[in-house]
Design a protein around this ligand. Sequence first.
Ligand code: ADP
Ligand code: MG
Length: 339
Amino acid sequence: MPVIHVLDKHVAELIAAGEVVERPASAVKELMENAIDAGASSITVEIQNGGISYLRITDDGCGIARSDVKNAFLRHATSKIQNENDLERIGTLGFRGEALASIAAVSHVEMLTRTQEEELGTRIVLNGGEIESFDDAGCPKGTTIIVRDLFFNTPARMKFLKKDVSEGNAVANVVEKAALSRPDVSVRFLRDNQERLYTPGDNSLKSAIYSVLGKKFADDLIPVSYESGGLRLMGYISKPFAARANRTMQNFFVNKRFVKSRTCMVALEEGYKHSIMTGKFPACVLHIAIPEDTVDVNVHPAKIEVRFENEKRIFDLVYYGVKSAIMKSGAQPEMHLAG
Ligand code: ADP
Ligand code: MG
């Protein structure tokens, strides 16, 4: 007969970590979200070898007080929510208190952090989740976290990583979405010591789009600004003739969080019906602002899928917002342009 036993803490920790950190890109996503939640106005992301051997995220946010630094690495430890009621109304990107614990469990982590009030910052080093050192550090206000040798102690996970190039591309993708999610935050991305992205953080979505998606993309856009019953849609959609061969250029953000939403995608494409050729897809960078208690972000650990209290209202918001923007722009249907 098989015997049931409770797994030891170390194994349980590795399993839990695996759910949050799947690859370098998921670590970068969590760490950038922490920087944004900390109120950073600028974030730098640096990676080597696709982020597998090295990644560093530097922010100028609020920092972590010395007395809290060790707690930040405990599982289910967070400063962002207090009780179950708060789960109904999540106003931060993070709230599970799992990212730092998970990342630390499967890598070598070094963190430097200082709050405004502190004269001296703190440096903590962890090795597979175990604290190795904890000292004073002279550092600017904010937080720098360096993650080395991701999955060094989980060979099974290591084996499933793709080549450095693919992992690096996945990281780039995460950084780009973050930059588009917050045009008020300056984002810099260096890959193997080369600067790959810089957004000015001037709070203009257009300039973030220009930096992330390029001049050609930014030049062929129709602005969208639409409001209905307390819901707001704003951003840019592609002119019908600038449609794409696939949906990879469809970017939706709900309350500044990048999301994948079928409802939004279908509504967008319905809005273009009759003005775009079949087999072509519109591109967009659209921000949806809705009351926090009408969207559930606690659906999936990566928080990329969300559940809307009222899907129909979201559909209508996107559909009518897109449709009216296309009409206002006077954009001609693709068929006519093609003659
Ligand atoms: P969560 O983001 O869900 O709260 P994390 O494990 O990502 O959980 O982080 C734990 C806590 O550490 C956060 O709640 C926050 O208080 C603190 N923290 C993490 N990263 C930063 C950062 N870059 N700047 C300031 N505080 C941070
Ligand atoms: Mg977090």
